[in-house]
Design a protein around this ligand. Structure first.
Ligand code: FES
Length: 192
């Protein structure tokens, strides 16, 4: 059986994080229109590719987007949802306005990253993979190294690294980012 050309991968490079994104279903349909297949089996093999494309483009996959994938590839929504929830890379909820990677690698651990994890839990009510109730902050704890150990403990908030953090300075960094975005919006600028 000839291998299907999965897709023209024009959306495959992850964009830099630019804040919370709603999913434009027309874009999802456009992405799906690039998927071609000649039989049921080929279509099944494309489900993961399709979900990856959407997840990379928007940072998550909504139920409506999952339905479009299921329809286009002739499968059930349950099968698509099964894959979405099986693989940790897929998100089924949008990220917050701000996205933080908190380094929990060896150097950061030794220099107190656990304190930062606790600060997020106590002040923002969030742990690894969670989003604050106000939709401002999502966090992902990274056990690998973010590559700036000389500044441990480190977080990357949106596209900026912040190092040598204490509980207080972590909180300040978060509050500054939230205030800057809100200020930009009230001045009519868009940070999205
Ligand atoms: S261990 Fe955190 S930056 Fe290297």
């Amino acid at each position: 059986m000839a291998q299907a050309d999965p897709v023209q991968r024009s959306h495959s490079v992850p964009a830099p994080y630019t804040g919370r994104q709603d999913i434009d279903l027309d874009v999802v349909r456009e992405i799906m229109s690039h998927f071609t297949f000649s039989d049921y089996e080929e279509a099944q093999e494309l489900i993961l590719f399709a979900l990856q494309e959407i997840n990379e483009r928007f940072g998550w996959v909504s139920p409506e987007a999952a339905e479009i994938v299921a329809e286009r590839l002739g499968t059930t929504i349950n099968r698509v949802y099964g894959l979405l929830t099986f693989y940790a890379d897929f998100r089924t909820e949008p990220r917050a306005n701000h996205f933080m990677l908190l380094c929990h690698g060896m150097s950061c651990y030794v220099m107190g990253s656990q304190r930062l994890v606790q600060t997020l839990e106590e002040r923002y009510g969030i742990g690894d993979g969670e989003t604050s109730a106000d939709g401002e902050l999502s966090v992902q704890v990274v056990n690998g190294c973010l590559g700036v150990c000389d500044r441990s403990p480190v977080v990357k908030l949106d596209d900026e690294y912040h190092g040598q953090l204490t509980s207080e300075s972590l909180n300040e960094v978060i509050q500054r980012a939230i205030a800057a975005r809100r200020g930009g919006r009230s001045n009519g600028e868009s940070h999205d």
